[in-house]
Write a protein that binds this ligand. Structure first.
Ligand SMILES: Cc1ncc(COP(=O)(O)O)c(C=O)c1O
Length: 463
C-alpha cells in the first residue's frame, strides 16, 4: 500500500512528496506558474510555509475564536460551497440566518411586539458600517419631514472606538466628534457626550468592551442623559452599541445589566460572532431595534438569483459556513453553555490578573475586570517597556500585543491579553512564569536558588 504522500513515478519507483524537485527549487511566488503542480506537493508546500505563522492557541492578541468543536468544523466543511446570498438556491440557509437574527434580537431584549430585523455580516466592521448608515438615513428622513437641511450630519464617539468608526465617517461623509481619552480615563462620559451632540447628531457610539482596554462605556448614564435632552430639546438621538466582544458576554454573565434594547435610546447593536460568539473568523451580526430603524430605501431587491431577494449588506457573495456555525453554537451551548464558558474565561482572566499585578513594575490598567480582557502597563518605562516584554513573550510563542492608547492618552503604553475559552488555568500559570522570568531578567535581578527551586529541578529530571 502506498501512502498518500508516496507515489510511483514514471519509472515505477517510489517518489515521495518531499522528493519532489519543488522542495529544492524556488516555488513561483509572484507569477502564476505556466504549468500547475502536483496537488500533494502544493498542499505540503503551503502547509509547511504557514508553520511560520504564530500558534493560534497562544494568540492572546486576537479576540477572534481559535478553537471550535469537531462537529462544528464538520458542518463548516460541509457548507463551504454555499453562498449566503443565494437564498433562492439555499432556502434553508436563509432560514437559519433568520433564526439567528431572531435569537439575538430576543437575547438583546428587542420589543417582542415588533418585527425583528438584522443581517449577518462578515464581522463587526461591516455591521457597524451598516448600522451607522441606517442612522444617517433615518436622520435625513426625519430632517426632511421637518423641512430642515440635511447637511453636516455628525456622530459622537470616544477615541476608544475601533478604527472602523473612523472609516465609516470618512467613507460616508459624517463629521466625527471625538471625545479624547485622559491619562487615567479610557472610556467616555455622559457629560462629554452632551457637550458634543446637537440636532445633526445621527447617533452616539457606545462601546461594550473597548478594543484598547476591554472596558465598558457608561451606557446607562449616557442613555439617561439622552432621555433628558430629548425632553428638553425634542431631539431623539439614537445609540449604536458596539458590542463586538461584549455582545456575547454581557447577556450571559450579567443578565440584569441593562445595556441593550431595554434602554430607550439603543436602536442598533453589532456583535462579532467570531469573537465571543465562539465561531471562526467570518461572521458578525447587526440587529436593529425594529423594522422602522432600517429605512426601506437602503434595502436592495434583486431578482437575478431566481426570486426577489432583499439585501442589506456591503458585500454581495459571502460564505455561509460561519453563519451556520453560529447557529450550531447557539443550539449546542444554549444560554447555559455560553454562561459557563464566559464564567470560566472571566475566572481565568481574574486569576491571571491577580498574579500579574504582583509582578514588579507591572500594573493593571483597570482592576475592575468585567470582561475577560486584561490591559497592563509598565510602572517605570526605564526598567522595561511593554514593547520589550511583548517581544520576549513572542520568542516563547505567546502573542501578546503592546500598543499606545488613543488621544489624549498616547503616552500610556499597554499590553493586552484576551482570554478565550481555550486558555486554561494551567496556561495562565505558564504565562505568569514566563512573564516573571522575563521581567526579572529586564530588572537585572538574578534569581537566587532556594531549596524549593532545587528540589523542583530534581523533580523535573526524574519525571
Ligand atoms: C470594539 C470593536 N469594534 C469593532 C471591531 C471590529 O470587529 P471585526 O473584526 O469583527 O470586524 C473590533 C475588533 O476587534 C472591536 O474590538
Amino acid at each position: 500500500m502506498i501512502s498518500n504522500k508516496k507515489k510511483l513515478n514514471e519509472k515505477g519507483s517510489v517518489s515521495t512528496t518531499y522528493a519532489n524537485r519543488f522542495f529544492t527549487t524556488p516555488v513561483p511566488r509572484f507569477r502564476i506558474p505556466n504549468e500547475g503542480l502536483d496537488a500533494d506537493v502544493v498542499y505540503q508546500l503551503i502547509h509547511d510555509e504557514l508553520n511560520i505563522d504564530g500558534n493560534p492557541a497562544l494568540n492572546l492578541a486576537t479576540f477572534v475564536t481559535t478553537w471550535m468543536e469537531p462537529q462544528a468544523e464538520k458542518l463548516i466543511a460541509e457548507t463551504l460551497n454555499k453562498n449566503l446570498v443565494d437564498q433562492d438556491e439555499y432556502p434553508q440557509t436563509g432560514k437559519i440566518q433568520e433564526r439567528v437574527i431572531n435569537m439575538l434580537a430576543r437575547l438583546y431584549h428587542a420589543p417582542e411586539s415588533r418585527e425583528y430585523i438584522g443581517t449577518a455580516t462578515i464581522g463587526s466592521s461591516e455591521a457597524i458600517m451598516l448600522g451607522l448608515l441606517a442612522h444617517k438615513w433615518s436622520w435625513r428622513k426625519r430632517r426632511k419631514k421637518q423641512g430642515k437641511t440635511i447637511h453636516n450630519p455628525n456622530m459622537v464617539i470616544g477615541a476608544d472606538v475601533h478604527v472602523v468608526w473612523e472609516k465609516f465617517a470618512r467613507y460616508f461623509d459624517v463629521e466625527m466628534r471625538i471625545i479624547p481619552m485622559q491619562k487615567n480615563r479610557f472610556t467616555i462620559t455622559p457629560e462629554e457626550v452632551r457637550q458634543r451632540i446637537d440636532e445633526n447628531t445621527i447617533c452616539v457610539g457606545v462601546v461594550m468592551g473597548t478594543t484598547f482596554t476591554g472596558q465598558l462605556d457608561p451606557i446607562q448614564e449616557i442613555n439617561t442623559m439622552l432621555e433628558e435632552v430629548e425632553k428638553e430639546k425634542g431631539w431623539h438621538i439614537p445609540i449604536h452599541v458596539d458590542g463586538a466582544s461584549g455582545g456575547f458576554i454581557l447577556p450571559f454573565l450579567y443578565p440584569d445589566f441593562k445595556w441593550d434594547f431595554r434602554l430607550s435610546h439603543v436602536h442598533s447593536i453589532n456583535v462579532s460572532g467570531h469573537k465571543y460568539g465562539l465561531v471562526y473568523p467570518g461572521v458578525g451580526w447587526l440587529i436593529m431595534r425594529d423594522k422602522t430603524d432600517l429605512p426601506e430605501d437602503l434595502i436592495f431587491y434583486v431578482n437575478y438569483l431566481g426570486s426577489q431577494e432583499a439585501t442589506y449588506t456591503l458585500n454581495f457573495s459571502r460564505g455561509s459556513a460561519m453563519m451556520i456555525a453560529q447557529y450550531y453554537n447557539l443550539l449546542r451551548l444554549g444560554k447555559e453553555g455560553y454562561r459557563s464558558i464566559m464564567e470560566n474565561s472571566l475566572e481565568n482572566a481574574r486569576y491571571l490578573a491577580s498574579k500579574l499585578k504582583k509582578i514588579r513594575n507591572l500594573k493593571l490598567v483597570n482592576e475592575d475586570i468585567k470582561l475577560p480582557i486584561l490591559a497592563l502597563m509598565a510602572k517605570d518605562k526605564n526598567t522595561f517597556t511593554v514593547y520589550q516584554l511583548s517581544d520576549k513573550l513572542r520568542e516563547r510563542g505567546w502573542i501578546v500585543p503592546a500598543y499606545s492608547l488613543p488621544a489624549n492618552a498616547e503616552e500610556v503604553d499597554v499590553l493586552r491579553i484576551v482570554i478565550k475559552e481555550n486558555f486554561s488555568h494551567d496556561m495562565a500559570d505558564m504565562l505568569v512564569e514566563d512573564m516573571n522570568r522575563f521581567t526579572k531578567d529586564f530588572s537585572g535581578e538574578k534569581k537566587i536558588k532556594t531549596t524549593d527551586d532545587h528540589s523542583s529541578q530534581i523533580h523535573k529530571h526524574i519525571c
